[in-house]
Structure formats: C-alpha cells, structure tokens
Design a protein around this ligand. Structure first.
Ligand code: NAI
Length: 329
C-alpha cells in the first residue's frame, strides 16, 4: 500500500519513520508541499494520501484525487472540517482520522495560553532579558476561586476542566450532550456560561452550528474583564466582533492558538513575506492578545500517538478490517 504524505515537516517524518518497520506492506513518500488543486495530481499511483489540519480537501481537490485513483484519505489529526465529505463519499473514498491522540496536550496548551495572556509571561521574559525589572504592564488576576466556563466537554474540554479544577476554580460547562461522569462541574446554558465565567475556553468542534458562536451578541453577554481562550478552531470566533469587543475593553486577556485565515500560513515561516491578510497583525496589535500557531497538539506523546493511529488506520484498510476511525457523513 503506497501512501503520499502531504505537507510533512521533519518532525512528522521522524515519528512516522520510527514506527514504519512495524507495518510491513505500507510504503510512505513524504513531500513538503501541501495538498491543493495543483498538487493533488501528484497522488497518481498512490492508494492513499495523508494530510493534516491545514490541508485543502475541498470539492475540486477531491475530484482530482478521485481521477488519480486515490481511495483513502488518512487525516493525521482529529478535525476534518476541511474535507468535503459528501464528494469524497460520492466517489466511495474512505476518510479515517485520529480521534484523540492526547487531549491533555491541547488542554495543557490552553491553560498555558490562559496563564500567559493573564500573567504576561511572554512580555516579562523579554523585559528581564533587557535588564528591565519593572513590573509595569504585567499585572494579572488570580484564577483561584474564579469561574472557568468550558464550551464543549469532549476529550479536550474534560481535560481542561480538570486542570481548571486543579487551579481551585469553580468549573461550569456547556455541551449539547452533557457528560454525567463529570460530577465536579455544573452544566449550564450557553447564556449562563457566558454571564458567569471569568475564563472561557472553547473546546467544541467547528460545525455549521458552532461557526461564530463567539460573536457580537455572545460577547455582549460575557462578564467585563473576561479571559477568552480558543484552542479549537478559528471559525468559532467572528474575528471582526472580537476586535470590536477588545476595543470596547471587554476582555482582560485573550489567548488564541487558532484563528480565521490561518490556513494559508499555519506552520510556515512567513517572516520574510508580506502577508495578503491582516487579521493576525490587527489582533496582535492589542497588548492583551497572545497568539500561538496551532500548536496545541505539539508534544512528543501526541505526535507518537498520531503516527501510531494513522498507521493502524492504514493497516486496517489494507487488511480489510473494521475501520474504527472512519469519518461518516
Ligand atoms: P470531542 O469530539 O471529544 O469533543 C467535542 C465536544 O463538543 C463534544 O462533547 C460535543 O458534544 C461538543 N459539541 C458539539 N457541538 C457543540 C455545540 N454546538 N455546542 C457545545 N458543544 C458542542 O473533540 P475533542 O477531541 O475534545 O476536540 C475538540 C476540538 O479541538 C476539535 O474539534 C478540534 O477542532 C480542536 N483541536 C485542536 C487542536 C490544536 O492543536 N489546537 C488539536 C486537536 C483538536
């Protein structure tokens, strides 16, 4: 079975190559180019392609893959909002993903962002390096005894809820499907969560229903001085409304690992380039916004689990076994 890996970085190769000897019959070709209309034709002669969160697997790309005879799309990530499932399924393609590789990796990053945005550790580090030991501009707020609001209590949301509990916070949550096992938190309506939370962390997937769940209306319902963290998907937040909210001094701090318009640059060094969009720069112009570039997943444990599950998925398909991680429409 031949698989073409799109958009690979050295760390992808490192973790997949380490495990590959345990999967006889599977051959991998790694390429740096990501998948889009122009590069999809490179998949000619391959049984499967493997792509990541920043891939474009829209209708036209799926059409090209089908013409090349590709029957399997291996997503080496949890999310699949960038895949046109309807078209892929129309052509009988299977889509397999890695549903959970290390929820704690993402949750720990969410808390790191919350703490960095709150306590300005990124600025304090640079100031100390410059022998500037003044504390101006570095004041934060305690998390202890404050209220954390978790939107989406799946694998990552649960892990974040437990971390917040460990900080001595009261934890409330909103989910379409409350999890009764999480007896340390209280499920409330979305409006109640917005009104009561001092820290709001987004952990629901991007769907038609959740797109722009954070918008002018929901921001107006939040407490003044709230801290907002998004490690889920950029499309959950309507950026223009967020910027308006920041200008209205609604937020104490904001931590973003994901943002709208990230697809064209994420994981690329754009430092020598003039960017065609300005969302990121506008957000970063505010002193209370901290951003990272979709790195919530990026731990050794997570990469190792991603490689193992992706190769297990490929092996199950190759051996016509049950496809536990198939994405259905
Ligand atoms: P999951 O599927 O375990 O949990 C998602 C939860 O959201 C479920 O409990 C579901 O009921 C809930 N949900 C769905 N629609 C909702 C709605 N309209 N309102 C409220 N809750 C809703 O997913 P998991 O593994 O916890 O991942 C969550 C998200 O994190 C993924 O969809 C992905 O976008 C993002 N992610 C980000 C990464 C990063 O590196 N920053 C890495 C991995 C995932």
């Amino acid at each position: 079975m031949k698989i073409l890996f799109y958009g690979t970085k050295n760390y992808d190769e490192q973790f997949f190559e380490k495990l590959l000897p345990k999967y006889p019959g599977i051959q991998i070709k790694f390429i740096e180019a990501n998948i889009h209309e122009e590069t999809a034709a490179l998949a000619k002669g391959y049984d499967a392609i493997c792509a990541f969160v920043n891939a474009d697997l829209g209708t036209s790309v799926i059409e090209v893959l089908n013409q090349q005879g590709v029957r399997l799309i291996l997503m080496r990530c949890a999310g699949y909002n960038n895949v046109d499932l309807t078209t892929a399924h129309k052509y009988g393609m299977k889509i397999l993903r890695v549903p959970g590789y290390s929820p704690e990796a993402v949750a720990e990053h969410a808390m790191a962002l919350a703490l960095t945005a709150n306590r300005h550790t990124h600025k304090a580090y640079i100031k100390c390096r410059e022998n500037n030991f003044a504390l101006n501009g570095l004041m934060g707020v305690n998390f202890y005894q404050k209220t954390a609001g978790i939107i989406g209590t799946g694998k990552i949301g649960q892990a974040m809820a437990k971390i917040c509990r460990g900080f001595g916070m009261k934890v409330i949550a909103f989910d379409l499907f409350p999890n009764k096992d999480l007896d340390f938190l209280e499920y409330v309506s979305l409006d109640e969560l917005l009104a009561q939370s001092d820290l709001i962390s987004l952990h629901c997937p991007l769907t038609d229903e959740t797109k722009h769940i954070i918008n002018e209306d929901s921001i107006a319902k939040m407490k003044d001085g709230v801290i907002l963290v998004n490690t889920s998907r950029g499309g959950l937040i309507k950026t223009e409304d967020l910027i308006a909210g920041i200008r209205d001094h609604k937020f104490f701090a904001i931590g973003l690992d994901v943002y709208e318009e990230e697809t064209d640059f994420v994981y690329e060094d754009m430092s020598e380039r003039i960017l065609p969009t300005s969302t990121i720069q506008r957000l970063l112009s505010f002193p209370n916004v901290t951003m990272t570039s979709h790195q919530g997943f990026f731990t050794e444990e997570a990469l190792s689990n991603i490689a193992e599950t992706t190769l297990d998925n490929a092996k199950a398909y190759m051996n016509k076994e049950e496809l536990k991680n198939e994405v259905l429409s």
